[in-house]
Design a protein around this ligand. Structure first.
Ligand code: UD1
Ligand code: MG
Length: 433
């Protein structure tokens, strides 16, 4: 694909009031990334000239985009004087003769699904699909085999509302068509907005060639509400998991697994049912057991779960993490933590065993402190390590010990227990048996 042959404009300036959210629509996320991330990623695979039109919450939108892409241009729409998708197309100066216009609320488009728009050289190419429930979309009015106009839902007559052929919201134009017709758009409609879609009827009156391309909803679905967002996320999840399984990841009951865009798997990995793996996690030759959560963490040659929680910045290598173990911002290498522990702001080294119920008390109410555990340390069950604390190599911590701040020297035993007291026959006296 010649990357320089078409310019792309992504419309992302709208409020998205149907989202019923204080957050601009395109900032909403699916599979861990904002809606715009996906459409820009697709666009950058096709073109070197990508413009994103912003206005509503423009600072936040631009920051989100710049987190992932440093090579897109921004144009700020004058949304006060020229609201609407047509208003968004003012002040656009594409480099190329052909311009692909994409609505920013279409995260499911892929380079392959856009091929038809790149090949066809009609003055105007537009996308249509037929829907059982066309609610919310602009209706496409076709007469004698020609597209006559697009009527927005709010402007449609009762007969027009019954039309099930709708505008999917993607168009390819020749640049001169945009230069000629965008200035002619007006806002004489129900929403008092400048509709890009009016370009169709104006151009048609001039006998401009308009080619409709039939597309599918799986790639061209517009996300306008939180229900749409969840439907789009389901489709995106399917894609992510299918591609991971094709590249060798084993998943048990994949319909119950949630994996965000950007998670990396290497080697042979098994993911059991109910797991959630997010952020920039990297899983290498590891087994994540049922209902575990892994966030922004590295798991290498290890097994985790069932029901474990790795919070951000956990580095787990050659380690066994068992059920009900929570790890946060900790590095564990060659460690066993089989049951019911909290390990936060800690490091632990080879051969160390962390018994059931061990807690790193990393927070003193004001600050977080570190726990450093050496090699071959045996930490007995139900011990608390009150950070900051250093436990050197070859140490034993007796079950039930509270280790307070300081260093436990190499090779020693730390024990803090009250002496046990037994009272004979107490049970029988108490229950009068
Ligand atoms: C739009 C189309 C409709 C089509 C549907 C497909 C218009 C007038 N209508 O409707 O025919 O069926 O997409 O999904 O184009 N935006 C701006 N500036 C604005 C307003 C919107 O940049 O002033 C952006 C939005 O951020 C969004 C995109 O344009 O990404 C589409 O806007 P939206 O409000 O979702 O339009 P729809 O009502 O879905
Ligand atoms: Mg929309």
């Amino acid at each position: 694909m010649n990357k320089n042959s078409i310019s792309i404009v992504i419309l992302a300036a709208g409020k998205g009031s149907r989202m019923k959210s204080p957050k601009a629509k395109v900032l909403h996320t699916l599979c861990g990334k904002g809606m715009l991330y996906y459409i820009i990623k697709t666009s950058r695979q096709i073109s070197d000239d990508v413009t994103v039109v912003v206005a509503h919450q423009k600072g936040a939108v631009m920051t989100q985009v710049q987190r992932y892409f440093d090579d897109v241009h921004f144009v700020v729409q004058d949304a006060e004087n020229f609201p609407g998708t047509g208003g968004a197309m003012k002040n656009i100066y594409p480099k190329n003769e052909r311009v692909l216009v994409l609505n920013g609320d279409m995260p499911l488009v892929t380079p392959k699904s856009l091929e038809g728009f790149l090949k066809n050289k009609s003055e105007i190419v537009m996308s249509i699909f037929d829907l059982q429930n066309p609610d919310g979309y602009g209706r496409v009015i076709i007469k004698d085999g020609h597209v006559e106009k697009i009527v927005e839902q709010k402007d449609a007559s009762a007969t027009e509302l019954k039309v099930s052929t709708v505008n999917a919201g993607i168009y390819a134009f020749s640049r001169k068509i945009l230069e000629k017709y965008i200035p002619l758009l007006n806002n004489n409609n129900a929403q008092k907005e400048y509709y890009l879609t009016d370009i169709i009827s104006i151009a048609r009156a001039d006998n401009v060639e308009i080619t409709p391309l039939l597309v599918n909803e799986e790639h061209f679905k517009g996300v306008n509400s939180k229900k749409d967002l969840s439907d789009a996320e389901t489709i995106m999840q399917e894609r992510i998991k299918t591609s991971l399984m094709e590249s060798g990841v084993i998943m048990q009951l994949p319909s119950t697994i949630y994996i965000e865009e950007g998670v990396v798997f290497e080697g042979e990995c098994i993911i059991e049912n109910g797991c959630r793996i997010t952020g920039n996690s990297r899983i290498i030759n590891s087994h994540i057991k049922a209902h575990s959560v892994v966030e922004d963490s590295l798991v290498k040659n290890s097994d985790v779960g069932p029901l474990a929680h790795l919070r951000p910045d956990s580095n787990i290598e050659d380690t066994h993490i068992g059920n009900f173990v929570e790890v946060k911002k900790s590095t564990l290498k060659g460690v066993k933590a089989g049951h019911l522990s909290y390990i936060g702001d800690a490091t632990a080294d080879e051969g160390t065993n962390i018994g059931a119920g061990v807690i790193t008390c990393n927070y003193d109410g004001i600050k977080k402190h570190e726990t450093i555990i050496g090699k071959n340390v045996f930490i007995g069950s139900d011990s608390q390590l009150v950070a900051p604390v250093i436990i050197e190599d070859d140490v034993m911590i007796a079950a039930g010990t509270t280790v307070t701040s300081g260093t436990i020297q190499k090779g020693s035993l730390a024990i803090s227990r009250t002496k046990i007291r037994t009272i004979e026959d107490f049970f029988y006296k108490f229950f009068k048996k």
